[in-house]
Design a protein around this ligand. Structure first.
Ligand SMILES: Cc1cc2nc3c(=O)[nH]c(=O)nc-3n(C[C@H](O)[C@H](O)[C@H](O)COP(=O)(O)OP(=O)(O)OC[C@H]3O[C@@H](n4cnc5c(N)ncnc54)[C@H](O)[C@@H]3O)c2cc1C
Length: 495
């Protein structure tokens, strides 16, 4: 498993043991930026809250983040505007500005003010950058156009810039928020995995450490772990890579935080001073989960780009993570369909959860506390009543077709059983009739698991990844992340 820079040499922050049969007003599943922000807001408003996480505090996608809390967000605003009215883009901007302000206030001196840049090179990038500039201005952001000199590369860069955004150490922020939540009376339970959520007769959360009860359950699990609303099919699970480098020699640039126009979704940012170690983090190689021929090769391409373009020295950390993009490009936040108002969730930040997460927490908090619609900020009212437009449906259909395609490709790529023991670090899908088995060898151990969903081998994380719902599993079938809530079964013997 790859480990984010922020977690190197850190002792994970743990919660208290879960008391089975406990009752709370609200149980939040997930101690990432969404769950922790919601816990702080609710607990400080006097609500009885418990947070449950399968792992330690903030170790999910939140720790994978590069730390850029920005309203500019690369080309996100232009993509939104291509399909939605200006008032919705404005509401999205206002939501993220509210999220950023809240985060900055909570992070205190650990938040470092920086200029955010969306940049590109060459004439191909000009149209995309013009769209970013125009949409940002239309949404009320005071952006300017810049020709930054400190971004290296052979072709000059052109950029749209927005001042006064922030960079944080996301793990440090998560730990700080967990402290604020507990100080306000919230209970925090880590190492407790939720296996199911029920709504009748009341909210009930089953875990591997017993059952707890709640009036409201919040799924802050990245993507919802119940399939009630089929959100795994209404979002795309996208994986990306991040690599941290020392700076080369006495290089000082680039300052700011940078997101490149284009399909790779590359970004560059230097660690904040509060982290205590200067490094340049590049992220990119974004792709649907389970679609890469080789994750190792994708990471290597990103590293090569950084070495070609930036003043980087030795590599100090390399990690990957995944986030979810909704088909209408606006995060899904609110009541879960068929959840009887007792199950709420947030997902679909498309790589910008450090601002979207706190904004989602504000919406969830107002909804749970019963704040009337008219008393909520305008952005909440607008974003809460958005319409699905034909392009969203088209995107959904396109993605469904992609999933069918990858499922067929997985089936076609399976080897007839029995298969040879895979080499160390490799995995192979074996098929006999309708029986499909995923076989891998890791650390000298060959294991076979029931592939009840199409799976591809992730040669970097050494995991089985589902290109259909974005779930990931360890070689022994244990669920690592994604929409699945259960493990895959083990088969005895190699297929
Ligand atoms: C490489 C990379 C770089 C990124 N960089 C940035 C950036 O610079 N700026 C930015 O704004 N965003 C960035 N993002 C996106 C951002 O990290 C996410 O949007 C955000 O962290 C999502 O937060 P979350 O709280 O929804 O999910 P998570 O942080 O994943 O939290 C979900 C939690 O739920 C827990 N959980 C899941 N299932 C269960 C279960 N069954 N039982 C109990 N607990 C469970 C998990 O253990 C986890 O702790 C980046 C993402 C990646 C992958």
């Amino acid at each position: 498993m790859t480990i984010p820079l922020w977690l190197h040499d850190q002792t994970p922050v743990q919660g208290t043991p879960l008391a089975p049969d406990a009752r709370h007003d609200v149980v939040i599943i997930g101690a990432g930026i969404t769950g922790l922000s919601t816990a702080v807001m609710l607990a400080e408003a006097g609500v009885d809250v418990a947070v449950i996480d399968a792992d330690a505090i903030g170790q999910g996608t939140t720790a994978a983040a590069a730390g850029m809390a920005s309203v500019l967000q690369g080309t996100t605003l232009a993509a939104l505007r291509a399909h939605h009215p200006a008032r919705l883009v404005r509401a999205y901007v206002d939501a993220n500005r509210a999220g950023l302000d809240w985060l900055a206030e909570r992070a205190g001196t650990a938040a470092e003010r920086r200029t955010a840049f969306t940049f590109g090179r060459g004439t191909d990038a000009d149209t995309a950058l013009d769209a970013v500039r125009d949409v940002a201005r239309e949404a009320g952001l005071p952006v300017r156009v810049d020709t930054p000199a400190d971004l290296g590369g052979h072709t000059p860069a052109r950029a749209v810039a927005l001042d006064d955004q922030i960079v944080v150490d996301p793990a440090l922020v998560a730990w700080a928020l967990s402290g604020m939540a507990t100080a306000a009376g919230a209970a925090l339970h880590t190492g407790v995995r939720v296996t199911d959520v029920h709504t009748l007769p009341n909210g009930r959360v089953d875990t591997d450490h017993g059952t707890v009860f709640a009036d409201t359950v919040v799924l802050a699990t990245g993507t919802p772990i119940t399939r009630r609303g089929l959100y795994d099919l209404k979002t795309r699970a996208l994986r990306s890579w991040a690599i941290a480098f020392e700076r080369e020699g006495d290089a000082t640039g680039p300052g700011g935080m940078w997101s490149e126009v284009g399909a790779h979704g590359r970004s560059v940012v230097a660690t904040p001073v509060s982290f205590g170690r200067d490094a340049l983090i590049v992220t990119g190689a974004r792709h649907p989960v389970g679609s890469a021929r080789s994750e190792l090769a994708l990471a290597e391409e990103l590293a090569a780009w950084a070495r070609r373009t930036l003043p980087v020295g030795a590599e100090i950390a390399r990690w990957s993570g995944q986030d979810y993009q909704s088909h209408n490009l606006v995060p899904f936040v609110g009541g879960m369909p068929r959840g009887l108002g007792r199950v709420r969730f947030a997902t679909g930040y498309a790589g910008w959860g450090l601002t979207n997460g706190p904004a989602a927490a504000m919406r969830l908090t107002d909804e749970i506390r019963g704040v009337s619609r008219g008393d909520r900020p305008q952005w909440m009212q607008t974003i809460g009543t958005r319409l699905t437009v034909p392009a969203d449906i088209g995107r959904g259909i396109g993605d469904a077709a992609r999933r069918v395609g990858v499922a067929a490709a997985c089936a076609a790529g399976a080897s007839p059983a029995p298969v040879k023991r895979p080499a160390e670090g490799a995995g192979v899908i074996a098929r006999r009739g309708l029986r499909t088995t995923a076989v891998s060898t890791v650390d000298g151990r060959t294991r076979a698991i029931v592939a009840r969903t199409p799976l591809t081998w992730n040669d970097a994380e050494r995991s089985w990844d589902s290109p259909v719902d974005g779930s990931r599993y360890a070689p022994d079938g244990v669920r690592l992340e994604g929409a699945a809530s259960t493990d895959l079964g083990v088969r005895t013997g190699v297929a």
